[in-house]
Every structure is written in structure tokens, then in C-alpha cells.
Design a protein around this ligand. Structure first.
Ligand code: HEM
Length: 217
């Protein structure tokens, strides 16, 4: 008799992974374009309204669902250690490790973004550059491990969408280096609009906001 049981575990693993990746993509896209002259005016308001932070948190939630659902994966068996310890899994150790490391990077980035008013601007900015590693690791992990990205329309969309974002990231870096050489500010936020910035000490808070507004790489 034919086995008609629906593999819900596998669907949850794949669906949560794809939604999580899409949200991560939107977050990295927002962070990149809101610093680029010409286009940033369309995104600055959204970014400053904490949308960027919020969407990263949603991406983390879906990545966690993806990780937990893998424990119930019927086709490939995963233990908690396989999911939490990089290179512990015997199935595609490197590609799975990139997923685990991405998850930890997401936790660090979301936590530091929500705790931004309690930590120094310099520390936050240094940690925030981990976003680039997170994005690259997630792209490699998803592209080479995923079932749905092996072929078809989804694969084409994935390649083109990530190609565009990688180009924007390169423009962003070139623009930052150029601005630094010319001693010009890189504006990525509207001052006062981000409630995650420190507000408790008005004098220092304002200084931080001004500093943030005139942010250089
Ligand atoms: C908790 C650590 C992680 C582990 C152990 C892990 C493991 C896996 C595995 C085994 C697959 C293949 C699933 C299949 O096709 O049957 C997969 C696919 C995928 N993962 Fe992860 N992953 C992790 C974290 C992440 C993170 C943080 C992201 C980014 C948001 C992510 C995004 C994806 C995507 C987009 C796919 C492809 C889904 C598809 O094409 O069907 N993963 N992951």
C-alpha cells in the first residue's frame, strides 16, 4: 500500500527556513539601502521606526522554529547536540554548522540591537558588522542544503535576489570608504527617531544621537 502520510515535520523545517531567510533578507536589505544616497530617503523612516530591529527578531523566531523542527525530521535524524554544536552533525557537517553559527550570530545581533541604549555606540557598530558574516553564512547554508532551492523558480528568485543584494552591499562598502576618505558623514538614521538609543541621560543621549547622525564608518 502507498504511504500517504504527509511529512509535516519536513514541511515545517522547509517553510520556517524559507520565511526566516526572507525576513533576514529584508532586514539586511533595509540596513544596506538606508545608508545609500539616492535611495535611502525611501527607507530611512522605516528603519528609524525600529522596523529593521523588529524584522530581525521575527527572522530569529523563524530560525528557532526551523532548528526545533529539525529534531522531528524523519528523513535525516538530528539530535539537540547536532543542532546546537557546530560540526557535531554527521550529515553535511560544514553546511549544517553554518546554520548553527548563523543562529548564534542572529541571537547576538538581535540582542545587541535591542540593548543598544545600554551599550556603547562603538561596540554596537563593531558587533553590527557581523551581519555581513551572518548573511553570507545563511546564503551558503540555504543554497547548498535546501531542498526547495535545488532547482526551479525558487532557485532562480534566490540567485537573482541575492545577486542584487550583494551588489548593494558592495556599493554600501565603497560609499563608506569614499565618505571616510572625504571625511563626510554616513547618515543611516533620522536623529531622535530611534527609541533604542539611550534617553536616560539627556545630555549624553543627545550627544550620542548627534554622533549617530554624523556617523562615520
Ligand atoms: C539551528 C541551526 C540550523 C540547522 C541545524 C539547520 C539545518 C538545516 C538543514 C538540515 C536544512 C535542509 C532541510 C531539508 O531540505 O530537508 C536546512 C535548510 C535551510 N536552512 Fe537551515 N539550519 C539552521 C539554521 C538556519 C538559519 C539561521 C537560517 C537562516 C534564516 C536557515 C535557513 C535555511 C534555509 C533557507 C534552508 C532551505 C530550505 C529549503 O530550501 O527547503 N537555517 N537547514
Amino acid at each position: 500500500m502507498q504511504n500517504t502520510q504527509i511529512p509535516w515535520d519536513w514541511y515545517v523545517v522547509r517553510a520556517s527556513a524559507l520565511v526566516g531567510f526572507l525576513l533576514l533578507y529584508i532586514s539586511v536589505f533595509m540596513g544596506t539601502v538606508s545608508c545609500l544616497p539616492g535611495i535611502r530617503k525611501y527607507f530611512l523612516r522605516l528603519r528609524s521606526l525600529n522596523f529593521h530591529c523588529w524584522i530581525s527578531l521575527q527572522a530569529l523566531i523563524f530560525a528557532l522554529i526551523h532548528g526545533v523542527a529539525l529534531l522531528f525530521h524523519r528523513f535525516i535524524s538530528f539530535s539537540l547536540a547536532d543542532i546546537l554544536i557546530p560540526f557535531h552533525s554527521s550529515y553535511e557537517p560544514l553546511l549544517v554548522a553554518l546554520g548553527t553559527i548563523s543562529l548564534y550570530l542572529m541571537i547576538i545581533l538581535v540582542a545587541t540591537s535591542y540593548a543598544r541604549k545600554y551599550i556603547s555606540q562603538k561596540f554596537w557598530r563593531t558587533v553590527h558588522f557581523l551581519n555581513i558574516a551572518l548573511y553570507i553564512f545563511s546564503v551558503i547554508h540555504s543554497f547548498y542544503l535546501g531542498t526547495d532551492l535545488k532547482s526551479g523558480l525558487l532557485r532562480e528568485i534566490f540567485i537573482w535576489a541575492n545577486g542584487v543584494l550583494i551588489l548593494l552591499l558592495i556599493f554600501n562598502m565603497i560609499y563608506r570608504i569614499w565618505s571616510r576618505m572625504k571625511n563626510r558623514p554616513v547618515i543611516c538614521e533620522i536623529p531622535n527617531a530611534n527609541e533604542n538609543l539611550r534617553q536616560s541621560d539627556p545630555a549624553r543621549g543627545q550627544k550620542r544621537i548627534d554622533e549617530n547622525f554624523r556617523r562615520r564608518i
